[in-house]
Design a protein. Structure first.
Length: 146
């Protein structure tokens, strides 16, 4: 048997703030689809907070960055003076981004070497940080490789 519909509450129209939230959630849903827009921020926050609480790790990353900067400076000096020299770092064999021979010519080789050294730094910065969840570590590491 049907209930008397006059006893049911009449829905109130959404407030402007509720409409704004609804529009924002709809726009986010159409861009990120099944992914949570919050998840990457949680991963980054987890990584950043654990790095902030690890001064020895930050010092090690600074030393590593300085060593890589020195390697790149030596490379540039030798490359400019001698015209040819050994590279600082070789791209992994599975990495096809630098397969074209043009990447071995000046100044593109400098861009390649800078990129690869930077990629090494980020790999070191996003792996092995004490306390970060493995899932968040994987997310941050993936994001820095893109």
């Amino acid at each position: 048997m049907l209930k008397n519909t006059s006893d049911l509450p009449i829905p109130t129209p959404p407030t402007p703030a509720e409409r704004l939230d609804c529009e924002l959630h709809g726009a986010l849903g159409s861009t990120v689809m099944p992914l949570s827009p919050v998840s990457p921020w949680l991963a980054w926050s987890d990584w950043a907070m654990h790095l902030a609480l690890s001064p020895a790790q930050r010092v090690e990353l600074l030393r590593f960055a300085l060593a890589q900067s020195s390697r790149l400076a030596r490379y540039v000096t030798e490359r400019v003076q001698a015209g040819a020299c050994d590279t600082c770092v070789e791209p992994p064999e599975t990495d096809r981004r630098f397969a074209d021979p043009a990447w071995r010519n000046w100044p593109f080789d400098l861009l390649q070497q800078s990129f690869l050294l930077n990629e090494e730094w980020w790999a070191k910065a996003t792996h092995g940080l004490h306390g970060i969840s493995p899932h968040h570590e994987a997310q941050v590491s993936f994001a820095t490789r893109q």
